[in-house]
Design a protein around this ligand. Structure first.
Ligand SMILES: *Cc1c(COP(=O)(O)O)cnc(C)c1O
Length: 344
């Protein structure tokens, strides 16, 4: 079996999770009659300290529903250039909501209120109206980085003062909460809307949720139907998500410890460059100086370790409940042998 460090989306439902899913009480959720979906939505709204929540088939759809529900076509969204919403969602802001993205050059995904303020323009018929600012916590392409809370508060104050909406892509908010010790509801407090995923490190097979005010979620429900995300006996999926929330949140700390173990080991290898202290959660991003990143990825694959390259000289490895600390030890041995064979 290869050691698969490509993504925390590879996690498969555990036997206990499958049992919970098989036993789920269900109904037609588009008639508002699926009790398990209703239970999940209430639980997520409670955890995030928001009035309401809506189950969605994917994190991409949850984010894009937030964009659509906050804006009108022609509006402008401000976000980091490496944000998932801009970088990895197939051009959806333009295609589905008619939005332009104003990208900020964040540092590993993080920017400041001053950065936002610098690109705000006065109301004028020449300019697209700026409606929304989006943050991502933890930041995927930033290497699982956690947003400093004082930065979030500054941006929250600015967006309120300027009448802008603030959305959080919290696909891995669970990781941020466990690693920082700050509860999810506190991490979510500044935001008008928050999207979370159950299908990443939490290990559910399918599902995300969008949270916000009751009025906002009512508006988002209409767009969910329009985007084709309305589901019927979705309680089977919601039961997996509920199980994940109860049983897989605390254990994310193990993934973080494994990522740190991997980073500490990789930092000692010739041909790799990374700062282990920069690894805050379950994502390790490293620069490869020995060979092109694609070449290393191919050689590692042949030797039994799977990772991704995310740039010409950059690799990404992600830990999850599919990977044990013993696996990390074995993976480091394979990295070492592969790098030394490539440089000889
Ligand atoms: C994975 C991810 C999403 C959503 O992805 P889906 O595959 O559509 O569920 C959104 N934002 C971030 C930061 C992600 O890593």
């Amino acid at each position: 079996m290869p050691i698969d460090l490509r993504s925390d989306t590879l996690t498969r439902p555990t036997p206990a999770m499958r049992e919970a899913m098989a036993a789920a009480e269900v109904g037609d959720d588009m008639f508002g009659e699926d009790p398990t979906v209703a239970r999940l939505e209430a639980r997520v709204a409670e955890l995030l300290g928001k009035e309401a929540a809506m189950f969605a088939p994917s994190g991409t759809m949850a984010n894009q529903l937030a964009l659509r529900a906050h804006t009108e076509p022609g509006d402008e969204v401000i976000l980091d250039g490496n944000a998932h919403i801009h970088y990895y969602e197939g051009g959806a802001p333009a295609a589905l909501s008619g939005l332009t993205c104003r990208c900020l050059p964040g540092v590993r995904g993080i920017f400041t209120a001053a950065d936002v303020e610098a690109v705000l323009r006065p109301a004028d018929q020449h300019f697209p109206p700026t409606r929304l600012v989006c943050l991502e916590n933890t930041h995927n392409r930033g290497g699982g980085r956690i947003w400093p809370q004082e930065r979030v508060r500054e941006i929250g104050a600015l967006t309120r003062e300027r009448g802008l909406r603030l959305h959080l892509d919290g696909a891995r908010l669970w990781n941020a909460a466990v690693a920082s010790g700050i509860p999810e509801r506190q991490l979510a407090a500044e935001f008008d809307s928050v999207a979370v995923c159950f299908s990443k490190g939490l290990g559910a097979p399918v599902g995300s949720a969008l949270c916000g005010s009751g009025e906002f979620i009512r508006r988002a429900r209409r767009f969910r139907k329009m985007f084709g995300g309305g589901m019927r006996q979705a309680g089977i999926l919601a039961a997996g998500a509920l199980h994940a929330l109860e049983h897989h949140r605390e254990r994310l700390a193990e993934d973080h410890a494994n990522a740190r173990l991997l980073a500490d080991g990789l930092a000692t290898l010739p041909g790799m460059e990374l700062d282990p202290a920069a690894v805050e959660t379950n994502i390790v991003i490293a620069r490869v100086t020995a060979v092109p990143a694609d070449r290393l990825v191919r050689e590692l694959d042949a030797a039994g370790v799977r990772i991704f390259s995310i740039g010409p000289d950059t690799i990404r490895a992600v830990t999850s409940l599919e990977v044990s600390s013993a696996d990390i030890g074995r993976a480091l041995g394979i990295f070492e042998a592969t790098l030394s064979s490539l440089s000889s």
